[in-house]
Design a protein around this ligand. Structure first.
Ligand code: PXL
Length: 252
């Protein structure tokens, strides 16, 4: 099993490749990386961060890998710094994903109802295009709303199945994180997802209060690691949701 993780390197901030590489590797599968940018910190909550766009290097990296006949069982893409990088990821999928391989897209764009800096409506539209060629997408609730043109501010628990249904028009297997649900008077945090047969299901865990940048990266990495090990979707979602909650608890 060989996985390619496409994401940025945020030198500080517990997210992106600094999360994907250790978690996927700990699952016992080879994880190669394609860095999209190097930042001094992630872009959420920090001011004055540096941002080196690595787009210029990407075509030559891909050309070299093609000369080595590298092929991947799973490719997962995360934070992309520009629309041209979205196009590059489409090319990476064409050139480097094995036939029958899995293409997973984490459409990293925002949180808590707002887009991260750097992103706008045009970027969202292009990200929809990348989701259309994915086998699995793993947006958080904010990103799911942007992808489906649903107003995040008006969303309540009863809307989650409809959001999933709209996401399925983009990609057959969406998995949406950060969906608050009420269980016996307490708020829990759920993942709403479609199982291998296309049925909408949810998996709730204890809700840890606080803001956790990189939680989506932890979830996506664990999910991909579990799927790479042959775990079926229901169990992979359960393992990944539980693991993410435990990490949040540990750093809280
Ligand atoms: O974890 C998502 C993420 C990844 N990469 C960068 C980010 C963020 C979220 O803020 O800023 C650079």
């Amino acid at each position: 099993m060989r996985i390619l993780a496409i994401n940025d390197i945020s030198c500080v901030g517990k997210c992106s490749l600094t999360v994907a590489l250790p978690i996927i590797s700990a699952c016992g599968v080879t994880c190669d990386i394609l860095p999209t940018a190097i930042l001094s910190t992630h872009t959420g909550g920090f001011q004055g961060y540096t941002f080196r766009d690595l787009s210029e290097d990407i075509p030559a990296i891909i050309a070299h890998w093609k000369s080595l006949h590298l092929q991947y069982d799973i490719i997962i893409s995360g934070y992309l710094g520009s629309i041209s990088q979205i196009e590059m990821v489409k090319q990476v999928k064409k050139d480097l994903l094995k036939e029958g391989g899995l293409f997973v897209v984490d459409p990293v764009m925002g949180d808590n109802g707002i887009l991260y800096s750097h992103f706008d409506k045009h970027f969202v539209d292009e990200m929809k295009g990348l989701c259309r060629i994915a086998d699995i997408i793993v947006p958080n609730l904010t990103e799911a709303c942007f992808l489906t043109d649903i107003n995040y501010a008006n969303v309540t628990e009863k809307d989650y199945p409809a959001i999933l249904a709209k996401l399925k028009e983009l990609c057959p297997r969406p998995s949406v994180t950060g969906c608050d649900v009420e269980c016996n008077g307490a708020i829990r945090s759920a993942v709403f997802y479609t199982d291998d047969a296309g049925k909408v299901k949810s998996c709730a865990t204890e809700k840890i209060e606080g803001a956790f940048h990189g939680a989506g990266d932890v979830y996506a990495s664990a999910l991909v690691g579990a799927l790479a090990r042959g775990v079926h979707m229901d169990k992979a979602v359960e393992i990944s949701a539980e693991f993410t909650k435990n990490i949040e608890k540990a750093v809280n």
